[in-house]
Design a protein around this ligand. Structure first.
Ligand SMILES: Nc1ncnc2c1ncn2[C@@H]1O[C@H](COP(=O)(O)OP(=O)(O)OP(=O)(O)O)[C@@H](O)[C@H]1O
Ligand SMILES: [Mg+2]
Length: 284
């Protein structure tokens, strides 16, 4: 029997902590390398479409918009848009955009996002289950599904929770990034307890991103997070993702950390160590 896809949401209500950066680099890490060769799907659940642009670059992303290629917006609006089409069910395969395929069968697919997804939030009723429904039809084609979430709680967060087995929480080790952590974990717990909840949802762990081991502030924040984590039995990844200018540069170039034009092998190596630990945590 084939293993089921591991479905992981990258969530933190705090913005700019590295959710999109980690989602995209993890996708690259597990494909095209002899060691892993996984089939990965990235679902961009942020109306700001950072992960989409990061994965395929600005030009190709523009083509998605101008050619009306289906996006995650179509998933959430499949019941509401263009009345003439409501009788026709959305074909799950039509929202899958192939980013890269390797001869060994590993690949990255993307369900892109677009700004209009923000409209879906205005009328969120009955939409939270649509993504899980769609994913259940395609998950056999993947080993790993990564959901890049927006920094605010909405129907999209609920949809992500309903679709996922695991939550990965990137944390920037500075004061303002750590105070929201208990709130986030409470929101996950409340969700699990809710009647429509998903009891299989587990916290894969908290990973420090932007780590430099340089400032005292960073040290204090990490200590605080570790203390909270120990008290609540949250896992904190031993590997950290270091601060590196290669990440924003990669975002601009549409390249993963290990292929940016000046990525230092040390940074790439560190990220690979985190990917290994992450794979172990979710049983990839
Ligand atoms: N390890 C890192 N080193 C240096 N820069 C980083 C690192 N991780 C992320 N960045 C940069 O920090 C910024 C925020 O990262 P990113 O967009 O991944 O965060 P996010 O949590 O997805 O944000 P949002 O909440 O807006 O979705 C980006 O410019 C990104 O390139
Ligand atoms: Mg993001």
């Amino acid at each position: 029997m084939m293993d089921m896809a591991k479905c992981v949401s990258l969530i933190n209500m705090k913005g700019g902590v590295g959710k999109s950066t980690l989602a995209v680099n993890l996708a690259w890490q597990f494909t095209g390398l002899k060691k892993w060769n996984k089939r990965v799907l990235v679902i961009d659940l942020d109306p700001q479409f950072n992960a989409s642009q990061y994965l395929i670059g600005v030009q190709k992303y523009q083509q998605i918009l101008s050619n009306q290629i289906p996006t995650v917006w179509d998933v959430f609006e499949q019941m509401t848009r263009t009345p003439s089409k409501t009788s026709k069910q959305l074909n799950p395969k039509s929202v899958l955009y192939n980013v890269v395929s390797f001869p060994d069968g590993s690949r990255i697919d993307l369900i892109p996002s677009r700004l209009e997804l923000a409209y879906s939030l205005r009328n969120p009723s009955q939409k939270e289950g649509l993504l899980a429904q769609l994913v259940s039809k395609i998950e056999d084609d993947y080993d790993l599904i990564l959901l890049d979430c927006a920094p605010t709680e909405s129907v999209l967060t609920t949809a992500a929770y309903l679709t996922s087995n695991f939550i990965l929480v990137p944390v920037k080790p500075e004061y303002l990034s750590t105070i929201g952590l208990p709130l986030l974990v409470r929101s996950i717990d409340e969700f699990k307890a809710a009647p429509y909840g998903n009891n299989n949802l587990q916290l894969a762990g908290i990973v420090f991103n932007h780590a430099s081991n340089y400032s005292p502030e960073e040290k204090i924040s990490k200590t605080e997070v570790r203390r909270m984590a120990a008290k609540n039995k949250w896992y904190v990844f031993k590997s950290e993702v270091s601060y590196s200018r290669s990440y924003p540069k990669g975002a601009r170039e549409g390249e993963p950390i290990f292929r940016t034009s000046y990525a230092r092998w040390k940074q790439a190596f560190r990220f690979a160590a985190f990917a290994d630990e992450f794979a172990g945590r979710i049983g990839l």
